[in-house]
Design a protein around this ligand. Sequence first.
Ligand SMILES: *Cc1c(COP(=O)(O)O)cnc(C)c1O
Length: 234
Amino acid sequence: MQELIQRLGAVRASIDDAARRAQRDPAAIRLVAVSKTRTEGEIAAAAQAGQRDFGENYLQEALPKIEALLEHNLVWHFIGPIQSNKTRDIATHFDWVHSVSRLKIARRLSDQRPDGAPPLNICLQVNIDGEDSKAGVAPAETLELAREIASLPRLTLRGLMAIPAPADNAARQAAPFAALRRLTEDCRHHGLTMDTLSMGMSGDLDAAVAEGSTMVRVGTAIFGPRPVKTGETH
Ligand SMILES: *Cc1c(COP(=O)(O)O)cnc(C)c1O
């Protein structure tokens, strides 16, 4: 656990360094610790070290952890694929959803968000590099979907999210992040309010921060290598 706390500190420090190099305020970049496959104990240790935001991909795995860690008052981000029959639990137990790419799913999340809860924070997942097999709305369809989602009553549209194909050098990593930032700017020019760019993971943090990320989703660099799980796509 000591190691985990050191790695968490090192990740925060490298985000802060990347921000300074890009002449950005480090406080403008929020760290979401991606805790898929991790135990309650590991999450609690990170929480005790001051980490508040956690991301989960698999609903079945997340629900017992959220329940067990209620007293820590954590902020939960759903970042995985969304099936229609899972929207009620997601709308009930999460604070953010980063992986919305269909209006039908957004409508269900809005309808099913419990009365009395604050609006659910939403990022649209964009298939920024246009890979055929990949989840996300096409860049050319993003503005229209964003407009429709912004009008749903129990949701707050916060911004865009992307998971670009892995690239091994900084310039290749930067291109899709820059494209996502420009798409956000385009949505803003059309009158939409967006304050979030959810981009950057363990392997491409620096490039994402340099291109304007406000939320990085980091698993491996905090918790160590994940056990390989069938069905996982990255
Ligand atoms: C697993 C995952 C991450 C974290 O990936 P690491 O490479 O472990 O940092 C970030 N975002 C999404 C959507 C993920 O599924």
